[in-house]
Design a binder for this molecule. Structure first.
Ligand code: EPU
Length: 422
């Protein structure tokens, strides 16, 4: 199993290009199931979850070319001329929950889908009841047996739907299904994440009729069929945010290129409140970390609020900030597993329910730590960059799910980090 060895205490400096967004690319790959024609995605990140989605699509006999290349030349071509098994099997769903994104497109196009129920994961129970309830409202018959969900429908029928709670992949699944439904679907209390607007851009390029993606009311006029399209995936705002923290926590000076600064407003505002200098420069973002950051409280929220996917990385910075930061996690019920690992490195963090109280600054010292999920592993790498001595991060397969060769990128900026197998 791969691990990272990090020698902390090196200031990061230089320019970095941020890759495409995993959480936009995953639903966009699933969207290929809505048509028999070719979908080409560019700026595709070279991360494990993308390979898993490609395997899942290949299992259904989607013709795939790629994923290949990386950075801006990362691309995949997908053609779902026929779908042999409209099924997401347990083996793939258990390694990647986002496999559930094939449910909406499959039932929308073929009238049948069988998807293994995703179980809970390290960060929470993460049910898919809202996806299922919405598909039922569109006329699908849903049954759950032997750990699988089956959805059947002759043709889905548009209707007005209200999500009881905001769900990102739920909004994406239903938006995709509704593109081929009969009549109009109105999604209320829809998620507003930039990844949803990006998916809608692809769907519109495929011939779908969608209005309001990026607002909480999305209107979709069903069409009989969709067609080929090419699409460039938006930059990964969470990877960008992670590198902003890397610059801040090492007192560094980084220029991030290929980012979409508006997608990072909440993160930039919070880091600015901590005293981190961030400014737009030539279409990118420059971050300069100086003296100790100041503590600031954070509540995670749905977009446009502070993202739960940046909470762990922010906690690493808070351990180095002057004063007490109260971090409140409102999206997932168990997303503080990184806190106890940071405590082993010398941080002063107490967790009470959905709040973590971080008192800083405390000097961190390198230690052996275990990554529990994707963003937690990124936060431990950040803590390792700021720590004195050697940090060993175990289970870095989590980080490979969503960050493109992070150790090479950090090394190019002056970090002392290497991957090894043990
Ligand atoms: N929820 C339900 N029922 C549902 C769906 C969601 O109760 O049917 C609850 C969840 O348990 C959670 C909350 O609603 O408490 C929000 O979950 P959401 O459905 O929005 O999360 P998701 O769609 O499963 C996506 C991202 C996550 C990100 C969350 C929140 C993808 C592939 N995943 O997950 O990304 O944390 O939205 O922004 O887009 C990551 O990249 O590390 C990651 C975990």
């Amino acid at each position: 199993m791969d691990k990272f060895r990090i020698e902390g205490g090196h200031r990061l400096e230089g320019t970095l290009r941020v890759g495409g967004a995993k959480n936009a690319a995953l639903p966009e790959m699933a969207a290929c199931l809505l048509t028999g024609e070719t979908i080409e995605l560019r700026n595709l990140p070279r991360v494990r979850d993308i390979q898993t989605m490609a395997r899942l699509l290949a299992h259904m006999s989607v013709e795939t070319e790629g994923p290949e290349g990386e950075g801006e030349s990362g691309r995949v071509r997908l053609r779902a001329a026929t779908i042999s098994h409209a099924e997401a099997p347990y083996d793939l769903v258990k390694t990647m929950r986002a496999s559930v994104l094939v449910l909406g497109p499959l039932v929308g196009r073929t009238g049948y889908a069988r998807v293994s129920m995703p179980g809970g994961c390290a960060i929470g129970a993460r049910p898919i009841d809202l996806h299922l309830k919405a598909l039922e409202r569109l006329g699908a018959q849903i049954t759950t047996e032997h750990g699988y969900v089956e959805a059947r429908a002759k043709r889905l029928r548009g209707t007005r739907l209200l999500f009881d709670r905001i769900t990102v992949t739920g909004t994406e699944n239903v938006m995709m299904a509704a593109t081929l439904a009969e009549g109009e679907t109105i999604l209320e209390n829809a998620a507003r994440e930039p990844e949803i607007a990006d998916l809608a851009r692809l769907l519109v390029a495929m011939g779908a009729k969608i209005e309001g993606a990026s607002t909480s009311t999305i209107r979709i006029q069903g069409v009989p069929s969709l067609h080929a399209a090419e699409h460039k995936v938006i930059p990964d705002r969470i990877a960008a945010g992670t590198f902003l923290v890397a610059g801040a926590i090492t007192g560094g000076d980084l220029l991030l290129e290929g980012v979409e600064p508006e997608h990072l407003d909440a993160v930039i505002d919070k880091l600015a409140e901590c005293g981190v200098e961030i400014r737009r420069e030539g279409g990118g973002l420059r971050v300069r970390g100086g003296a100790h950051a100041q503590a600031a409280n954070v509540d995670t929220e749905e977009y446009p609020g502070f993202p739960t996917d940046m909470q762990a990385q922010y906690m690493a910075l808070a351990t180095q900030a002057e004063g007490t930061s109260i971090i409140t996690e409102t999206i997932f019920e168990n997303r503080f597993l990184h806190a106890s690992e940071m405590v082993r490195m010398g941080a002063d963090i107490s967790v009470r329910g959905n709040q973590a109280i971080v008192r800083g600054p405390t000097p961190l010292t390198g230690a052996a730590v275990i990554a529990s999920d994707l963003r937690a592993s990124a936060s431990l790498v950040l803590a390792g960059l700021a720590a004195q001595g050697t940090t060993i991060v175990d289970r870095v397969y989590h980080i490979d799910r969503g960050y493109e060769r992070i150790e090479e990128k950090l090394r190019s900026l002056g970090a002392c980090i290497e991957r090894f197998s043990a």
